[in-house]
Design a protein around this ligand. Structure first.
Ligand SMILES: [Zn+2]
Ligand SMILES: [Zn+2]
Length: 251
């Protein structure tokens, strides 16, 4: 409560352009102009497998040709917004500036946009950070979104995965990132918590999809009945890329 009060009293500035914000009415710390630049992905008009925008959804869930030919390991990918300014500043605020309240507000936005499709989810699992980064940062931004999201869905938030180690991804190319993850990825930390359950995996950003693939594979190995993925920010696949990733990204 105290924390909420402090949030109300401190002056806040738009994460996109720096303009001073009104005390209320800017849930993601964006002014109206910057909030208007967010590009929401319409679930009815984007591929359920890779979130690629489709001219119109003919299948349910809608699938692009690449995903129809080679389905991704998850049952559905829920991607909220295109990863571009000013969304990158919101993600950075959550990740590096410790604006913890953004996690809950992003969860509220996720529930508003996708709540219907997520009804019945039993377990919400944040994608874990590598232990070194977790140590440096002190928290996991995916968990900051996953916990309130689970509460809103009436599901349990469980840290069911652990990283098998691995170098930080920042500054590496897509292919190298994927190569580093291959064969490493994730291990189930609490298989009993997800066995037989409908699981929603949560991460802040999806770029290559390699992380989500490896995490989905670990949840499937732990016996999850189904795995869906929810990401706040989505990067379009590279031109000419397949449904998601190079062959064999899933361990
Ligand atoms: Zn602004
Ligand atoms: Zn697709």
């Amino acid at each position: 409560m105290w924390e909420g009060l402090v949030d109300e009293l401190l002056p806040r500035f738009c994460l996109g352009c720096g303009v001073r914000l009104e005390p209320r009415g800017a849930p993601l710390d964006l002014c109206a102009r910057c909030a208007g630049r967010l590009l929401a992905l319409d679930p009815a008009r984007s591929c359920g497998g890779c979130a690629r925008p489709l001219p119109e959804g003919r299948l349910e869930p809608p699938r692009c040709l690449a995903c129809a030919l080679r389905p991704p390991p998850w049952r559905r990918l829920h991607a909220l917004w295109l990863y571009r300014p000013p969304l990158d500043s919101v993600i950075a605020g959550l990740k590096y500036r410790r604006l913890d309240y953004l996690g809950a507000r992003l969860a509220v936005a996720a529930l508003a946009a996708r709540g219907g499709g997520l009804r019945g989810v039993e377990r919400v699992v944040p994608v874990p950070l590598a232990w070194g980064r977790r140590l440096r940062r002190g928290f996991n931004q995916a968990e900051r979104v996953a916990r309130p999201l689970a509460a809103g869905l009436g599901a349990s938030c469980v840290e069911a995965l652990r990283r098998r180690g691995g170098a930080p991804q920042v500054g590496r190319g897509r292919r190298e990132r994927w190569r580093l993850l291959e064969g490493r990825g994730f291990a189930p930390a609490r298989p009993e918590a997800v066995r037989g359950r409908r699981v929603l995996l949560v991460d802040d950003v999806l770029t290559t999809g390699a992380t989500a693939r490896a995490a989905t594979a670990a949840l499937a190995a732990a016996g999850a009945a189904s795995v869906e993925v929810l990401v706040i920010a989505w990067t379009p696949p590279a031109p000419g890329a397949g449904a998601a990733e190079p062959e064999g990204a899933a361990p």
